[in-house]
Design a protein. Structure first.
Length: 583
């Protein structure tokens, strides 16, 4: 199989999915669509029914005395989005905003394109409907930094822990009956299971030999170590925020969800109070939805800053250049953080074993995760790895390389060849707390234009050094007994830009990073607490307006971010319900 064949196959599969979508096989699961023109007076209007918006909609509508209106640009999750093994086929479809980065002339030097695809869910559940299932909370220090940035200790790890517990319905009896079981919940909406295949165990043993801790639960506060992860999968079905938080309450009478409708502007009165939103419906009509109490923006790390800036909240110079009246001069969009991925491959033992038939109800490949520290005396991670094991299954490697990460065709061909009759360890490595910052800008004052997105990857040289150090620490695994016994080796790709460099030198790894990089899809921090928001998530300089999604994080956490978005949304709902009214 070559890259062209893999991509052609992906397009055929996506075409088949369009047919399934037309059959509306899962429509019965979701709240029915409400006509925007028929809404009652909304007490709360939530922009976006994504990871955070679905949770907030559920929690606010627990009070039967308020009307909660949710405006979502996408529609119902299609059948294929629920099947765990099909996640590689979800980006670049109609449930993805299909955003791309700008070419910065530095990173992404050897890719199929000179930009990076930035998949973002345009569907109920948002990115939790298209993400890759890993449920990792991050390190306690990450949240303590939230508390410091916001000046509010309620955002600390210790004070957020009850919200993690509240959100969960953990189905893994081993963890629940262990010493860390008290850090998990069984009564929440979000069902979680754990990787239970045995193939990762020999790798965990190898990493233990190299001095890494092996832990059963990295979500209980002690994050350093390697483990089999938790997944947002239950009963063989994706547990998105939509399926977890909206499906169980789809008939709640005070919850109104308007689908396939894009919010184009937040409306303010003369006192800078948010009074509603302007929208464009699926049939092209422009309407206004009025709000009595608050407008809550949960549109994600790209669309939330875009909407704020279109509404006059953002950097004065940028808005003035586009002829947008400034209501509040704030650094909206200027703190974009993401985990840059570096793809590593290790070749292990030869095998002619026929891969087992794919189980569509499971994560596609056996997997384990690791959070490692270069300095072995520290208690927090420098890097995280997501590790997938392909056993004589080169087509899976091709799918990851070409469809998920869109690396250069030549790289994917080399990867495919490595996976023929061999076990391969495919690793996605990222530095947990990068220093580099990107930014999001308006392309124009037209709401239908996508935002301009600069990832900022590796703009701080310190991040290049951190990536090199992390790779060198990680690939020590080749010195383990298991790797030595099976001839395990790090794969050094033939990269045109790096051919004059000796493999495994720091100069080579610097070149490698610039050529074998992508996003881990963890976009955050574009409207952070501290500079854009106060500690109650209220937008500074205006009133009756809050932001509650990944953009509100002051800093990215040292892991996948979905669990962090869930806990932020759970707390946001309580802030809205129980704190002093938004003045």
């Amino acid at each position: 199989m070559d890259v062209s064949s893999a991509l052609a196959t992906a397009q055929v599969v996506k075409g088949a999915f369009l047919v399934l979508t037309a059959l509306a096989l899962t429509t019965y699961k979701w709240p029915e669509n409400k006509n925007a023109e028929d809404l009652p007076v909304c007490d709360y209007t939530i922009v976006g029914a994504g990871t955070a918006g679905s949770i907030i909609a559920n929690r606010l509508s627990e009070d039967p005395g308020v009307n909660v209106c949710v405006i979502e640009a996408g529609g119902d999750p299609p059948f294929e989005s629920e099947i765990p093994s099909l996640f590689p086929y979800l980006p670049k479809t109609n449930i993805d905003w299909n955003f791309t980065s700008e070419d910065d002339g530095f990173s992404a030097q050897y890719r199929r394109n000179k930009y990076i695809d930035l998949p973002t869910g345009k569907v109920l559940g948002g990115s939790s409907t298209i993400h890759h299932f890993y449920h990792v909370r991050g390190d306690p220090n990450d949240y303590d930094d939230w508390a410091n940035a916001s000046g509010d200790d309620s955002w600390s790890w210790q004070n957020l822990l009850p919200y993690f517990i509240k959100s969960e319905n953990l189905e893994d009896e081993y963890i629940l009956n262990s010493e860390t079981g008290k850090y998990h919940g069984t009564n929440g909406y979000l069902r979680l299971t754990r990787e239970n295949r045995d193939l990762p165990l020999k790798y965990l043993k190898a990493f233990k030999e190299m001095g890494h801790k092996i832990v059963e639960d990295v979500n209980a506060g002690e994050t350093l170590g390697f483990t089999r992860p938790l997944f947002s999968i239950s009963g063989g079905v994706r547990q998105s925020s939509a399926s977890s938080y909206l499906t169980p309450i789809k008939d709640r009478q005070n919850l109104y969800i308007v689908k396939n409708t894009m919010v184009t502007k937040i409306i303010f009165d003369g006192n800078k109070q948010a009074t509603g939103v302007q929208c464009i419906t699926s049939d092209g009509n422009a309407i206004t939805i009025n709000t009595q109490k608050e407008v809550i923006i949960s549109a994600g790390a790209f669309n939330t800053p875009k909407l704020l800036m279109l509404s006059g909240i953002g950097p004065r110079h940028h808005l003035n250049n586009l002829g947008i009246e400034v209501l509040s001069d704030l650094p909206v969009g200027e703190n974009l953080q993401d985990h840059m991925a570096v793809i590593l491959i290790h070749k292990l033992e030869a095998t002619t074993e026929t891969p087992p038939a794919a189980d569509p109800t499971k994560f596609p490949l056996p997997t384990f995760i690791g959070l490692g520290a270069v300095n072995k005396s520290q208690s927090y991670p420098d890097y995280m790895t997501l590790n997938l094991i392909s056993r004589n299954y080169p087509a899976a490697l091709m799918q990851l390389c070409s469809s998920v990460f869109a690396l250069h065709d030549d790289v994917c061909s080399q990867m495919y060849a490595a996976g023929v009759d061999r076990e391969v360890l495919f690793t996605v490595m990222n530095v947990g707390r990068p220093i580099s910052r990107g930014h999001v800008e308006l392309r124009s004052a037209n709401p239908e234009d996508p935002p301009i997105i600069y990832t900022g990857f590796l703009s701080a040289n310190a991040d290049i050094i951190k990536n090199i150090d992390s790779i060198i620490d990680y690939i020590r695994i080749t010195e383990s007994d298991y790797f030595r016994n099976v001839g395990g080796e790090t794969m050094y790709f033939d990269l045109p830009n790096c051919r004059n460099l000796s493999s495994s030198t720091r100069a080579y790894w610097r070149c490698y990073i610039l050529n074998m990089m992508d996003t881990t899809f963890h976009y955050s921090s574009t409207c952070p607490m501290g500079s854009v928001l106060d500690s109650s998530l209220r937008v500074k300089g205006v009133s009756k307006l809050r932001v509650a999604d990944a953009s509100a994080m002051p800093n990215i956490v040292s892991s996948n971010i979905n669990a962090a978005v869930v806990v932020l949304a759970e707390k946001a709902a309580d802030l809205i319900k129980y704190s002093q009214p938004c003045a």
